[in-house]
Ligand binder design. Structure first.
Ligand code: PRP
Ligand code: URA
Length: 209
């Protein structure tokens, strides 16, 4: 069964408060999402495997650790997931970035895919699918379906704010995908928005309405 990790690091929680605050403008919102994404990337990469190599320090030969194992792929769900990519790339600059374009039909709240492009060596990568919001879970489930359909095997999902409904739906649909979040909120409202949430993540990131 999928595990759910809530990153309660004080810096993440502090910055998330100002991301939620409605008077936070586009520029600051973008910067804060970027910073929280970097902090979350630091936590999510804790289980990366290491191997020993031999190096020469100015003093003597020694063994020291470097990253081993599979390479990383980041998959933002368009649009709002884009706001998390650069923050992650600061820590994992060699990661490749795929994209899944989905929008929620406002009437049905069901995700509609309009774009998908992934790295060529999809089967060999560990993927982190990112989106600031996990509301009904429809978009995350569909994005991961899209990645798996094309050969993606090792997948984590990372978001800023999740609703309990979305977490349950994602766990049920993809029991092999662990979920990493900064906050688990109370519920969804009748329009499918997370309560208390942060509003519409895409609009707040890009200054649209
Ligand atoms: C938002 C958000 C997620 C999705 C979450 O995107 O960025 O992708 O809703 O909702 P769900 O869990 O109920 O699927 P939206 O559809 O508003 O598109 P946008 O990013 O283009 O604004
Ligand atoms: N998408 C958003 O951007 N915000 C929500 O609260 C729910 C879905």
């Amino acid at each position: 069964m999928a595990k759910v990790y809530v990153f309660d690091h004080p810096l993440i929680q502090h910055k998330l408060t100002y991301i939620r605050e409605k008077t936070t403008g586009t520029k600051e919102f973008r910067e804060l999402v970027d910073e929280v994404s970097t902090l979350m990337a630091f936590e999510i990469t804790r289980d990366m495997t290491l191997e020993n190599i031999e190096i020469e320090t100015p003093v003597q030969t020694t063994t020291s650790k470097v990253l081993a194992g599979k390479k990383i792929g980041i998959v933002p769900i368009l649009r709002a997931g884009i706001g998390m990519v650069d923050g992650i790339l600061k820590l994992i600059p060699a990661a490749k970035v795929g994209h899944v374009g989905l929008y929620r039909d406002p009437a049905t709240l069901k995700p509609v895919e309009y774009y998908a492009k992934f790295p060529g060596d999809i089967e060999e990568r560990d993927f982190i699918v990112v989106d600031p919001m996990l509301a009904t879970g429809g978009s995350a489930i569909e994005a991961i379906n899209s990645l798996k359909k094309r050969g993606g095997k090792s997948i984590k999902f990372m978001c800023l704010i999740a609703a309990p409904e979305g977490v349950e739906a994602l766990k049920e649909a993809h029991p092999d995908v662990d979920i990493y979040i900064a906050a688990l909120d109370e519920k969804l409202n009748e329009k499918g928005y997370i309560v208390p949430g942060l509003g519409d993540a895409g609009d707040r990131l890009f200054g649209t309405k």
